[in-house]
Design a binder for this molecule. Sequence first.
Ligand SMILES: *[C@@H]1O[C@H](CO)[C@@H](O)[C@H](O)[C@H]1NC(C)=O
Ligand SMILES: *[C@@H]1O[C@H](CO)[C@@H](O)[C@H](O)[C@H]1NC(C)=O
Ligand SMILES: *[C@@H]1O[C@H](CO)[C@@H](O)[C@H](O)[C@H]1NC(C)=O
Ligand SMILES: *[C@@H]1O[C@H](CO)[C@@H](O)[C@H](O)[C@H]1NC(C)=O
Ligand SMILES: *[C@@H]1O[C@H](CO)[C@@H](O)[C@H](O)[C@H]1NC(C)=O
Ligand SMILES: *[C@@H]1O[C@H](CO)[C@@H](O)[C@H](O)[C@H]1NC(C)=O
Ligand SMILES: [Ca+2]
Ligand SMILES: [Ca+2]
Length: 353
Amino acid sequence: MAPISFLIACLLAFTLEIFFSPPVSSSASLLSNSKYSSSMKDLIKLGEGCVNHPEDVSVVVRKGALYTATRDGWVKYFILHNETLVNWKHIDSNTFLGITTTKEGDVIVCDTEKGLLKVSEAGVEVLDPNVRFTNDAIEASNGSLYFTVSSKEYTPKEYYKDLVEGNPHGQLLKYDPESNETTVLQEGFYFANGVALSEDESFVVVCESWEYWLKGPDQGKLENFIEDLPGGPDNINLAPNGSFGCPRWIFMNQTGVRAIQSCPDKWKLLEAYPELINLLIPLGNDAGAQVVKVDTDGKIIKDFNDDNATDISFVTSAVEFEDNLYMASIQSKFVGKLPLNAPKAEMAPKATI
Ligand SMILES: *[C@@H]1O[C@H](CO)[C@@H](O)[C@H](O)[C@H]1NC(C)=O
Ligand SMILES: *[C@@H]1O[C@H](CO)[C@@H](O)[C@H](O)[C@H]1NC(C)=O
Ligand SMILES: *[C@@H]1O[C@H](CO)[C@@H](O)[C@H](O)[C@H]1NC(C)=O
Ligand SMILES: *[C@@H]1O[C@H](CO)[C@@H](O)[C@H](O)[C@H]1NC(C)=O
Ligand SMILES: *[C@@H]1O[C@H](CO)[C@@H](O)[C@H](O)[C@H]1NC(C)=O
Ligand SMILES: *[C@@H]1O[C@H](CO)[C@@H](O)[C@H](O)[C@H]1NC(C)=O
Ligand SMILES: [Ca+2]
Ligand SMILES: [Ca+2]
């Protein structure tokens, strides 16, 4: 039986942590050269009020269309050249997370309750009904799907328990469309979240939200891809030119997280003070918004920041396409579009004679 004084000591240590070092760590640029960092102040809101909490976005290049899956069960897309929103398919679900588009133009949706779904013109097919808490998927050129399960232990509603417990319950899996079989490729991720394939498909990158780094198993080897990001990464997408774009959503003080994880009476503590979790995982504007672009070696090469979440908060997905960065946030009701190459005066075309 743990003495109550120890519980109080833990609580004190934890609250001190919170009050004396705000959980919102500064989302200041991660780059020494600020030339490569930028704000999100030119953000344009697409479909405002018509996309209900989109978690992820994915582009079908040949259609010039950007797809998203929303909290009210819609798979919708924007025709990008004229920014028209099309309500495409509806599924009775409010548990969508990550999506990916396939080379056939179908959309793979991770539904945390129903499993791994394929949405096509013909309708909805459940590819794997036996997986729960799927978070993101990516298609390989031969049609296999790599996807993540964030936690084998907890449900999406209990996600914070996964963080507080501090054990790795996440998985990377592969669905083979020929055999209709799923295999577990790798266990032991700290909240497996976004997944992406490198351009040459030699490695797959998995974002771990609790451990702040991305792992890329290369031919069975597991290596760290980016280490020590100051917030939990969510989705990740291949950017043009082989690099990756990756939004980071929770700017939590890692020391506060470690303090509660190592507290023996953490469950009692949480039960007594459930609001502690809100301090640990700031949501809304407290979460800020940040997207980083990394090269194929995991080095940060570009950093987009909205410290005070003035334009968008809690970005969960970012896709670079035709000189724009498109962003989704599970907390917003729009898709953000950030033009990357604002026209410069000195680049005005020269007159010809
Ligand atoms: C987190 O809190 C610790 C302890 O107070 C502090 O030393 C550290 O700088 C904080 N980290 C961030 C990223 O704010
Ligand atoms: C947008 O473009 C598509 C074809 O690319 C067209 O079908 C649609 O009518 C256009 N929408 C508007 C509002 O112009
Ligand atoms: C696709 O390639 C992967 C990796 O080599 C392999 O594991 C998988 O079985 C292949 N899938 C199909 C449908 O051929
Ligand atoms: C794949 O197998 C699952 C059972 O695990 C089944 O429900 C589903 O209908 C099958 N899908 C196809 C395309 O055969
Ligand atoms: C593409 O990558 C190469 C090599 O890293 C770099 O020199 C070039 O500037 C990049 N182009 C773009 C558009 O990012
Ligand atoms: C964000 O808010 C902080 C504290 O209120 C302020 O010091 C800072 O200047 C703000 N940053 C921006 C980019 O507005
Ligand atoms: Ca995705
Ligand atoms: Ca996610």
